[in-house]
Design a binder for this molecule. Structure first.
Ligand code: LLP
Length: 463
């Protein structure tokens, strides 16, 4: 279980579970399919391949560091979510996990919808041809300009996050002579078992309108009265990197309770509920994520059961997985620059990227695994910490892992499960250039987001 999903919950996230990383894996050359993209393997020379291409060739062609994304795997996972939920539910991919125009096209082709949370994400989605009615617009402080663009574009739904926003969106829609379909995001008071910074449904945080104290009911009451709004449902997102379905169960119970109160008070049965995203993935072999069909079955059963008990027609369900679709599909390919053994402690392996391409370890104490990718080795395992090239001791990519003891400068190593929230949260710290995203499929590779250049940096710096 990774630290970002600590079993004791966010308040205890600074304590590692006992027995963590006490021993190296039996075979350091093995690639656990749980953490690697579907088409990853090793060729006859022991070089890691993806989509039929060796990483040594990718490194030569595109340089390192680079995010290498398995397009077939992305499509497989997107399709698995789509199929699992069938025609009676909608899957919105959460663009914040990783968004590019190629990704938008793949989603469109695979029949998924898209959740965006800024003008930039909306622009990316529209420019790649995602039909506006299949876009949901999120965020706790959308600017009036962003709202206007979204309404004008005709987005399928705006998720309202505060009392001010209810009035703001209603006013903008009305002044544009339209009615905007909206959901109201509520916080159901569930403390998800995940890192504090990525838990979102306990009450003491910025998102949504609390169910507690009748505030959510009051928000719905106000929204129903406004001509500019068509209230289609209630939204709840309880957090991220969650394995345990019980949080969703409580959330669904409370959301359905609100739907019932709305029906009783206003005689209106809202037709949709959105249960958000947040399903966990395997970052290390210790994590055991559920398959989309199990999640779909569990969520559908919970909602159906709760609605039957409340004598409500079952609403249309939507979900918003981001990490669970894109997370496992990519790995980051680095070149080793230095190998520094510290006697009695561990060996520090410095790579050519770092916290600028993966801030998750520093920010959430996230755990990752790592493998020697340009060859295999039978050398004894050594305990390593993979660190970046930034001027900061917290610049850690993989905190504790084992790599072969003969690791040397020039070797390529790969960190799996970096598809979500790595490129999308990448920075230019120390004026390090953000790596490209290279998509690989059926023996062909292409850059879908190019590497940043010094020219890019200097273009923003107007002197
Ligand atoms: N829906 C809403 C309303 C969200 O706020 C999020 C994530 C998602 C869906 C997608 O969650 P996912 O299925 O990807 O877990 N940067 C953090 C994660 C922040 C998530 C923010 N909201 C990380 O790297 O773990």
């Amino acid at each position: 279980m990774s630290r970002s999903a600590h079993p004791a919950g966010p308040r205890h996230a600074d304590v590692l579970p006992e027995g963590h990383y006490t021993a190296p894996a039996e075979d350091l050359n093995a690639l656990d399919p749980k953490v690697w993209a579907h088409t990853v393997g090793r060729d006859a020379d022991g070089v890691v391949t993806v989509g039929g291409i060796a990483v040594t060739q990718l490194a030569e062609e595109y340089g390192t560091p680079a995010y290498i994304l398995d397009e077939a795997d992305f499509r497989d996972r997107a399709r698995a979510w789509r199929t699992a939920f069938g025609n009676d539910a909608d899957v919105f991919y959460a663009g914040k996990a990783f968004l590019s125009r190629a990704v938008v096209r793949w989603l469109h082709e695979e029949g998924l919808n898209l959740d965006v949370c800024s003008g930039g994400e909306l622009a990316t989605a529209l420019s790649a041809g995602m039909p506006a009615e299949r876009i949901a617009f999120h965020g706790n402080n959308k600017s009036p300009e962003e709202i206007e663009r979204a309404v004008r574009a005709g987005v399928g739904r705006i998720v309202l996050d505060s009392f001010q926003e209810i009035v703001r969106v209603a006013h903008i829609a009305q002044s544009l002579g339209t009615r905007q379909r909206v959901q109201i995001r509520i916080t159901v008071g569930v403390e998800a078992h995940t890192h504090e910074f990525i838990a979102t449904a306990h009450e003491d945080q910025k998102f949504g309108i609390p169910l507690a104290g009748g505030q959510a009911a009051e928000a719905v009451r106000r929204a129903l009265q406004l001509d500019g709004l068509e209230v289609i449902g209630i939204h709840s997102h309880i957090g991220s990197q969650i394995f345990d379905m019980s949080g969703f169960e409580v959330a669904a119970h409370r959301v359905v309770g609100l739907l019932k109160d709305i029906r009783d008070e206003h005689g209106v049965e809202l037709p949709e509920i959105d249960l958000g995203g947040g399903l966990g993935i395997a970052y290390t072999s210790d994590d055991d994520p559920r398959e989309p069909h199990e999640i779909a079955k569990a969520l559908t059963e919970i909602v159906t059961r709760e609605c039957e008990a409340a004598r409500l027609a079952t609403p249309r369900i939507s979900v918003e997985p981001g990490r669970a679709i894109v997370g496992p599909t990519a790995f980051t390919l680095y070149e080793v620059g230095t190998v520094k053994p510290l006697d009695g402690l561990r060996t520090y392996v410095s790579v050519d990227g770092g916290m600028s391409d993966n801030i998750r370890t520093a920010l959430y104490d996230a755990e990752y695994s790592v493998a020697l990718a340009s060859r295999t080795s039978d050398a004894e395992p050594m305990l390593v910490r993979v660190v970046g090239k930034h001027c900061e001791s917290g610049d850690i990519v993989v905190k504790d892992a084992f790599l072969p003891g003969d690791l040397a400068p020039g070797d390529l190593i790969a960190v799996p499960a970096t598809g979500a929230y790595c490129r999308s949260m990448a920075s230019n710290y120390n004026h390090v250039l953000r790596p490209p995203v290279v998509a690989v499929r059926d023996g062909a590779a292409r850059v879908i987001v190019r590497r940043e250049t010094e020219e890019d940096l200097l273009r923003l710096d107007v002197g």
